[in-house]
Design a protein around this ligand. Structure first.
Ligand SMILES: *[C@@H]1O[C@H](CO)[C@@H](O)[C@H](O)[C@H]1NC(C)=O
Ligand SMILES: *[C@@H]1O[C@H](CO)[C@@H](O)[C@H](O)[C@H]1NC(C)=O
Length: 243
């Protein structure tokens, strides 16, 4: 086979199989181990890694195809007992380190990412809509457009109101959203409160907004919590980012 034929075949295979659009690098800057979880939305196949261990100081990469839409979070306080893997926060209920298509049980800090097709505009955000468990940030590398880092570096557990606290071993390990804690339409923006004008911020959503202004504090947060970047950047997701 001459090199030109070989090159054409390689290129054909590359396009037929669908190219990986973005490399996501997970960095753990926390002083403790975090077990990241990944969940692909829209009933699409899951990524090659749906859950893994990330020791303090470690990093791991995961490739994401285009288009893609899904979320990332970090589980804390995990252990295996009698063959079953469980976590104190953001457990996915799979019983294993891999989440296998299962999402985080709230409260959990979430990073939501939509990778566009054809190098269009990606959307990403940090969300405290389902509460908070670990500080997280997402930063694009390369790409074009705004491409700003979005970060929730505050450890909200340390200042969480008593009625929202989740404790483990006497320590606050996560902070519920008001929707999760009280399940009321005015906090969840459901029922007669299901539009932005009928679901204004509450003292609870303002608490999250004040701690992490970049992040979504409730379902109809101000639109400055959604970030964009075009032309297929890569992304770095950091647990316990520097303020
Ligand atoms: C993304 O990462 C891949 C693999 O490391 C690299 O080949 C590619 O050039 C990077 N893209 C950008 C936009 O930096
Ligand atoms: C978003 O808007 C809120 C309220 O206007 C403000 O406090 C916050 O700093 C803004 N965040 C960013 C990232 O601009």
């Amino acid at each position: 086979m001459n090199t030109r034929v070989a090159l054409s075949l390689t290129l054909a295979l590359f396009f037929l199989c669908g190219a990986d659009a973005a490399t996501i690098t997970f960095n753990n800057k926390c002083s403790y181990t975090v077990w990241p979880g990944t969940l692909t939305g829209d009933q699409k196949p899951q990524l090659s890694k749906t859950g893994f261990e990330l020791a303090s100081g470690a990093s791991t990469t995961v490739n994401v195809p285009s288009p893609w839409s899904g979320r990332f979070w970090g589980r804390t306080g995990c252990s295996s007992s009698s063959g079953k893997f469980t976590c104190a926060t953001a457990d996915c209920g799979s019983g294993q380190v891999a989440c296998n298509g299962k999402g985080a049980v709230p409260p959990a800090t979430l990073i939501e990412l939509t990778v566009a097709s054809n190098k269009g505009k990606d959307y990403y955000d940090v969300s405290n809509v389902d509460g908070f468990n670990v500080p997280m940030s997402i930063a694009p590398q390369g790409g074009s457009g705004q491409c700003k880092k979005s970060s929730c570096p505050a450890n909200i557990n340390n200042v969480c109101p008593a009625e929202l606290q989740v404790k483990s071993g006497g320590k606050v390990v996560a902070c519920k959203s008001a929707c999760l804690a009280f399940n009321k339409p005015e906090y969840c923006c459901t029922g007669t409160h299901n539009t932005a004008d009928k679901c204004p911020p509450t003292s609870y959503s303002q608490f999250f907004e004040k701690q992490c202004p970049d992040a979504y504090s409730y379902a109809f947060d101000d639109k400055n919590s959604s970030f964009t970047c075009s032309a297929w950047p890569n992304y770095t997701i950091t647990f316990c980012p520097a303020p």
